[in-house]
Design a protein. Structure first.
Length: 164
């Protein structure tokens, strides 16, 4: 459960919590979600990611109470983990706050603040394998030499193309 604040019309939702995560776990969870969504999109014909903002200028916004409030949410999209191959993370990978309590008699994090954490080699290797598809294949720093992020973001914000 994540504490949220809803706008009275349902047009906006504000998350009322600062996320605290273990970086390798967060990275692996996002990578598994991206892979699972790609598979769902491939397997289902009518699966689409929502584009934000979802409304066009000429189209009136949907009323939250009439259209969305009564619908039951679909089953969560999760990657099927293998009990043997993913054994180090199988029990807690999709928990809301993983490893805040002792796991198999070992305290891996200092509590719900996640200020300090220490995962064993099996967990780290499994998380790396799951999150590998988000990692860059380019290890040469000179590959990004001619790319200037500030100019790119400015041009993107202005909806312009950068010549060259």
């Amino acid at each position: 459960e994540v504490p949220v604040i809803y706008h009275i019309t349902g047009a906006m939702t504000f998350v009322n919590e600062v996320p605290k995560v273990i970086p390798p776990v967060y990275h692996a969870q996002w990578a598994s979600m991206g892979l699972s969504m790609r598979r769902k999109k491939r397997d289902r014909r009518h699966f689409k990611r929502m584009r934000f903002p979802p409304f066009d200028d000429e189209e009136p916004p949907l009323d939250y109470g009439d259209n969305i409030l009564d619908t039951e949410p679909l089953e969560a999209i999760q990657m099927d983990l293998d009990e043997e191959e993913d054994a180090p993370v199988f029990d807690w990978f999709y928990d809301h706050k993983p490893l805040t309590k002792k796991y198999k008699g070992v305290q891996y994090v200092n509590g719900s603040s996640y200020k300090s954490w220490q995962l064993d080699l099996g967990m780290m290797s499994t998380l790396y394998r799951i999150g590998r598809n988000l990692l860059s294949d380019f290890i040469d720093n000179n590959y990004f030499y001619l790319f200037e992020p500030k100019a790119f973001f400015t041009a993107k914000a202005m909806n312009m193309a950068i010549p060259g």
